[in-house]
Design a protein around this ligand. Structure first.
Ligand code: ADP
Ligand code: MG
Length: 698
């Protein structure tokens, strides 16, 4: 689990700093392996460094209010309250789905009342002990409507003596399932308590300022402090851009320099002709064009660095496989890197029969392979017998050696850092790189983000694909929808039902999906459920069952943990609940889970009561177009600041602090600074920090 490969990349940096930044979050008090894995999901890594690069989204004001007078529904307040009574819930009426709430009646200093409510009976005693009758407590939470107004599950309850434990300005981090803001705050406090001594060691002024800016951002006092052009965010953005632009400049220079010219490979076998003849369909024109571009690169005397962008369903996998077969004709090995076990297994299941037919040895290697099985696979790779290996980061573990690695293919490439892809390439000589991205990136953006790569676009879908019929529907029509879906399922359809993550301060976190699952099972008793708090093994099992044509699991309730790229050809309906909370690109990705077979597919975007006019407009874009590039352009124009779900998955925002729209000037400044060719130690450290380290395609 430990991501050891990164340690080696902090070459120039002082050892203690590097060690500290590389510390696994599980060693921080109160975290442990389970939470560290959840951090991994949210941060895209589980080191102290990954945490530091995770910017809070906004600041919630929790300064003390003395009275309830003038407080509005929806306000979050912190207020001293006198506890008057505990009202235990009666037996719930049989028709009520939800248990009745425990109510704690309180008054403020002026005698205004508020009712604090708790729902989960498991922790009832614990909460009641924190609110003893006849005593004052400082309570902080969100006020809901009602008479008296209600506060559900306050986030903080402290004695008046300990009231300072409630932060007056609480930085709120973008979070995921099962990670509370309290955990974020505690991890942050511990990290920064240690940072001082370490950063003091730095003799470079620029880097000291960088770490100082990180502190200001993590301890922001107001939401304004987190805006793109606030002093410290802009500083961090510039540092980040400088790192990336420098990496790109180095890479570009290295690729074109004479001394990196490589020996051309010689064709020794013939696989492609046979393969193309047995392919049950014809390549689209776009696929053929991209294959041509790839072949040109592979035959040239500089290593290939090519990014293939193609909308979901455009058929990138086959293009990648053709490149791998070409490499096999040259006698070289190909490693195909997938972001998750499930995707690796799925790719392998598709590729294996085709390779078998050609007499090419293909294999799969993930973290699940242990002991003798793993050793055997490694031997086969080292001997060169295995020509194509599909896998997860297991592919670049230290003990994995290749006889002659010639091609690295990175699927869903935005899920990997440059360091990761490079540490895989480093296992061979002049290795070709082919990166695949399902998220079309507007051209203007991709030039700056991928300046060191050549770009191919598959701008065409296989013929005969029916466009996905997309509609938006208010939540109020839920019952209609359910009965329509029931008909479709009776006719053999399979249905994805997506619920957004719920940022539940009390750490339950999967409420929406679990509750929906419970409710839907009344109509669909064989429904399945996957969410981020299930173990990977359980998740994979449920996904596999849903994908299996012979199982009777015909509806799958899921949070966004369902994989980008997962292929269930029979799935023809996807319902996305609270669709207004997702970014356009994320919605488009989710929608791409259906429409992969021959049947007409449907996407239903359910929106809640509180949808904004902008939110509805975004949904309209999806109803009107199926063109990923157009959606990406719109997304770029319409995206609100940082509040949307699924931005990390959506792929093309991979900067932590820089924002393409907001920092155009900084982009130019950084590009100019990077172009002069002098790379200082400080910039080298920055490149390591931002994961675009020193060994780029040298
Ligand atoms: P993605 O670009 O999303 O990775 P895939 O490679 O998974 O897309 O392809 C989606 C589906 O389309 C697969 O089932 C694949 O077999 C099929 N496919 C790919 N290319 C063609 C083609 N030229 N004609 C018909 N079907 C194709
Ligand atoms: Mg794919």
């Amino acid at each position: 689990m430990l991501k050891i490969w990164v340690l080696g990349t902090f070459v120039g940096m002082r050892r203690e700093i590097a060690e500290f930044l590389n510390t696994d979050l599980q060693y921080i008090r109160g975290v442990g392996p389970v939470l560290a894995e959840r951090f991994n999901d949210v941060l895209g890594g589980r080191r102290v460094l990954d945490f530091l690069l995770h910017k809070p989204a906004y600041v919630r004001n929790r300064a003390v209010t003395e009275s309830l007078a003038g407080v509005d529904t929806g306000d979050t307040i912190t207020i001293p309250l006198l506890i008057k009574s505990h009202k235990k819930p009666g037996k719930p009426a049989p028709w009520l789905k939800r248990a009745r709430a425990m109510r704690v009646l309180c008054t403020d200093k002026m005698g205004y009342s508020v009712a604090i409510q708790f729902f989960n009976s498991k922790y009832m005693d614990y909460w009641l002990e924190k609110l003893p009758i006849g005593q004052w407590r400082m309570v902080s939470g969100k006020i809901e409507g009602g008479n008296p107004p209600v506060m559900n599950h306050p986030e903080f309850i402290e004695t008046l003596d300990a009231a300072e434990k409630i932060p007056a300005a609480q930085a709120i981090y973008p979070s995921g399932e099962g990670l509370t803001q309290k955990v974020f705050a505690s991890v942050r406090d511990q990290i920064f308590a240690k940072m001082d001594s370490i950063v003091g060691e730095y003799d470079d002024e620029f880097l000291r300022e960088f770490f100082d800016a990180l502190r200001h951002v993590h301890f922001a006092k107001t939401s304004d402090d987190l805006l793109p052009n606030s002093t410290y965010v802009a500083k961090l953005a510039y540092a980040e851009l400088l790192a990336h632009q420098t990496a790109i400049a180095i890479s570009r220079r290295a690729r074109t320099s004479q001394k990196n010219k490589r020996q051309k490979r010689v064709k020794a076998r013939d696989y492609l002709n046979k393969f193309m003849n047995t392919l049950p369909y014809k390549l689209t024109d776009a696929q053929s064009r991209v294959v041509g571009e790839i072949f040109n690169d592979m035959e040239s005397d500089v290593p290939m660095m090519r990014l293939v962008q193609g909308d979901v369903g455009s058929g990138k996998t086959i293009v990648a496989l053709i490149a791998a077969l070409k490499m096999a004709e040259y006698g070289g090995q190909t490693a195909l890197l997938a972001p998750t076990d499930t995707l690796a297994q799925q790719h392998f299941a598709k590729i294996k029969p085709m390779c078998d037919a050609l007499g090419i040895v293909a294999d799969v290697l993930t973290g699940r392979d242990k002991g003798a099985v793993r050793r055997e696979k490694l031997v086969s790779l080292r001997s060169g017998r295995t020509k194509i290996v599909v896998g997860t980061h297991a592919l670049f573990s230290d003990d994995v050696e290749y006889k002659d690695l010639g091609l690295v293919i990175v699927d869903e490439q935005h899920r990997f850092g440059v360091n990761q892809r490079e540490s895989l390439r480093a296992k061979g000589h002049s290795v070709d790189l082919l990166a695949l991205s399902a998220t079309p990136i507007p051209r203007t953006l991709s030039m700056t983000m991928y300046g060191d790569m050549d770009i191919s676009i598959i701008n065409q879908k296989p013929a005969g694909r029916l466009p996905i019929h997309t509609t938006k529907l208010p939540m109020a029509r839920l019952n209609d929808l359910i009965s329509r879906i029931k008909q479709q399922i009776d006719n053999g359809a399979k249905v994805f039902w997506i619920c957004p993550l719920v940022q539940d301060e009390n750490g339950i976190g999967v409420g929406a999906a679990v509750a929906r699952y419970d409710a839907l099972r009344e109509t669909f008793p064989t429904a399945g459920l996957v969410h981020g708090q299930m173990s990977k093994v359980d998740r994979d099992r449920v996904m596999a069952e849903f994908a299996d044509d012979n199982s009777n699991m015909n509806l799958l309730v899921a949070t966004t943990v369902i994989e980008v790229g997962i292929d269930v050809p029979r799935a023809s309906i996807i319902v996305i609940e609270n669709a207004e909370q997702f970014g356009l690109a994320a919605l488009h990705q989710l929608r791409g889970r259906v429409g992969r077979g021959k049947i007409q597919s449907y996407c239903i975007l359910l929106y809640g009561l509180n949808v904004s006019p902008d939110g509805l407009k975004r949904l309209d874009v999806l109803c009107e177009t199926d063109d990923g590039f157009q959606i990406a352009e719109q997304d770029l124009m319409m995206r609100g600041v940082g509040e949307l779900l699924g931005t990390r998955q959506s792929g093309w925002i991979q900067y932590h602090f820089a924002d393409w729209r907001e920092h155009r000037d900084l982009f130019k400044l950084a590009a100019r600074a990077a172009a002069d060719g002098n790379v200082s130690d400080a910039v080298r450290d920055l490149m390591n920090i931002f994961g675009c380290g020193s060994n780029i395609s040298a």
